[in-house]
Design a binder for this molecule. Structure first.
Ligand code: 13P
Length: 261
């Protein structure tokens, strides 16, 4: 069984004191649910402070982006060597980065390769726009993004990846995909592409998250889908109680499922 993951993407939202307070709240409310991998992704400037807060609990850290080069003349960028030892995960190719910061399938692939080379686990984001969705292009577009992210990777590397399917039209809109819509893309497109390229066993081992307006009220329905292994949570991860509620609901669901097996 794949270990479920609840990853909070805090985006550009917290000052250092605010991030410390949020992390403390999350430690208090979400540290006991060990059957769920809990990952929080503060901004770069908050990582060190948040790391001190979560040091003694089983909550892991992720970064929200990364450059592919180890060092060099890239003003304002953060390298994998800087993140090594600081975080376990790094979100790559988020649609906000693709939309506003000119990230392409090619740069995302370079970042994925660099992250893996430095022992960081990429959470690779893919997802279509509303126009693409309405034009029936979701499968082709998301499939292309998945293939591009995997370019040049061997099976051992692919086995370490986490994917996040985040339809752009569902992000921050309060209009989540239906669990069935999300399952269809996670299963047929993301896992399907992995299966086609790397075989059944490897495809079954990779975790796929859904992201886009998830909250404590809808998380259970997403987590009941067979190919959805977690959530990449934006807004609802900015409050300790709603994030912790999503962790608890997932933890209880997986505990029930484990008992039934
Ligand atoms: P929301 O949960 O706020 O829709 O954001 C999703 C997201 O973009 C996570 O990366």
């Amino acid at each position: 069984m794949r270990v479920p993951m609840m990853a909070g993407n805090w985006k550009m939202n917290q000052t250092i004191p605010e991030a410390i307070a949020l992390a403390r709240g999350i430690c208090e409310l979400a540290s006991e649910y060990d059957n769920v991998e809990r990952v929080i992704c503060p901004s770069f400037v908050c990582l060190s402070a948040v790391r001190s807060v979560v040091a003694d609990v089983s909550i892991l850290l992720g970064a929200q982006n990364m450059h592919w080069a180890d060092r060099g003349p890239y003003t304002g960028e953060i390298s994998p060597t800087m993140l090594e030892g600081l975080v376990q995960y790094v979100i790559l190719g988020h649609s906000e980065r693709r939309q506003h910061f000119c990230e392409t399938d090619e740069t995302v692939n370079r970042k994925v390769q660099a992250a893996l080379a430095h022992g960081l686990t990429p959470i690779v984001c893919v997802g279509e726009s509303l126009e693409q969705n309405q034009a029936g292009e979701t499968y082709a577009f998301v499939g292309r993004q998945v293939r591009a992210a995997l370019e040049g990777l061997g099976p051992e590397q692919v086995g370490q990846l986490v994917f996040a399917y985040e339809p752009i039209w569902a992000i921050g809109t309060g209009r989540a995909a239906t669990p069935e819509q999300a399952e269809e893309v996670c299963s047929n497109v993301v896992r399907g592409t992995l299966r086609e390229l790397y075989g059944h066993e490897l495809a079954e081992a990779v975790r796929i998250l859904y992201g886009g307006s998830t909250n404590p009220d809808n998380i259970q329905a997403f987590m009941e889908q067979p190919d959805i292994d977690g959530a990449l949570i934006g807004g609802a991860s900015l409050k300790a109680d709603s994030y912790a509620a999503m962790v608890r609901i997932t933890s209880e669901l997986y505990a029930r499922q484990a008992q039934q097996e």
